[in-house]
Design a protein. Structure first.
Length: 163
């Protein structure tokens, strides 16, 4: 699917990409919630690459995990972020845009392709929301992440109303 063929319906765009969202988003692994809504913004806590069976993608990117594999893990994280948003809002009708993404890569010290990895999530948001999915972003490597996951991503979205 090219962007010019894209629907204005995020769920239709996911289906056109052959993707589905998890029915339930992964549960937080600490004393925090997955999402907070405040004054027209959604703040989505850092999510990890957890598949539909609850299996976490683990390892060191640039070591035992390739950049290409980690990019797919970042795409999975984006699906989990969308599942959190859908669970909170009941759909995507109120989502105006993806505003900001922060991506962390559990990488070996000399790894340099952090933007390439997090592009897996950024491209998915663009594919789902069109131009409304293009966002500002930071991506960088860290020495470790919870439970040895490969990638953690958080996001800020804007809503169409200020409720």
């Amino acid at each position: 699917m090219t962007i010019s063929q894209q629907s204005t319906d995020p769920m239709a765009n996911l289906a056109a990409m052959g993707l589905t969202l998890p029915e339930c988003p992964p549960s937080p692994i600490g004393a925090f919630c997955n999402i907070r809504e405040h004054k027209g913004y959604l703040y989505v806590s850092g999510q990890g690459p957890i598949d539909a069976d609850g299996v976490a993608m683990v390892g060191k990117v640039g070591g035992d995990v390739s950049a290409e594999q980690a990019r797919e893990h970042a795409r999975l994280v984006a699906l989990n972020i969308l599942a959190v948003v859908r669970h909170h809002l009941g759909g995507f009708a109120r989502v105006h845009s993806v505003l900001k993404v922060l991506g962390l890569v559990n990488a070996v010290p000399d790894f340099e392709r952090h933007p390439f990895v997090i592009d897996g999530a950024s491209e998915l948001f663009h594919g789902v929301f069109g131009e409304r999915g293009v966002h500002s972003r930071s991506s960088f490597g860290v020495s470790s992440l919870p439970n040895r996951i490969t990638v953690e991503i958080e996001a800020i979205l804007t809503l169409t109303d200020n409720t």
